[in-house]
Design a protein around this ligand. Structure first.
Ligand code: CA2
Length: 145
């Protein structure tokens, strides 16, 4: 079972600023955590991070071939991108949305997520653990499909 894990804009800066919101660990540590989680769960992952909306749309489109599901933290595009929502709908793979922080208790503009309109599940406020939970959910969902 192979999952495409997408991280959106500025997540490559993790650990550099705002540790009170996103934690002290950096993006390299997040990638290691995701790979380790996938290993524990017996899943394969491909990791992709981009600061560019179109590049994320291209990557989602390319997932039609060879992936069983998508785990995505669209970062700021969560709240703005109809293009990412449309790409996820078009590809039609089981998708879980994850956020490090709890977007529901932050600024008003973070409360709405376009991606949530398609995602099977949205996990918020659990830090790195949310990625483990997202992978575990996808494994169970895909195995039962
Ligand atoms: O909580 C999350 O995972 C978010 O997707 C993170 C996004 C934010 O726009 C969403 O509302 C919630 C921001 C990621 C930027 O990460 C930074 C890391 C270090 C320093 C500055 C930004």
């Amino acid at each position: 079972m192979k999952i495409l894990v997408i991280n959106g804009p500025n997540l490559n800066l993790l650990g550099i600023r705002e540790p009170e919101v996103y934690g002290k660990r950096d993006y390299t540590a997040l990638c290691a955590f995701i790979r380790e989680s996938a290993g524990d769960l017996g899943m394969e992952v491909e990791l992709f991070q981009s600061n560019h909306e179109g590049a994320i749309v291209d990557m989602i489109q390319s997932a039609i071939d060879g992936f069983d599901g998508i785990l995505i933290n669209p970062a700021a595009y969560t709240h703005t991108s109809v293009a990412i929502l449309d790409a996820l709908k078009a590809v039609s793979l089981p998708t879980v949305e994850v956020h490090l922080s709890d977007i529901s208790v932050r600024e008003e503009f973070r409360h709405f997520s376009y991606v949530s309109l398609y995602a099977l599940k949205t996990i918020c406020g659990k830090g790195f653990e949310g990625y483990w939970e997202g992978l575990a959910f996808l494994k169970q969902y895909i195995n039962n499909a």
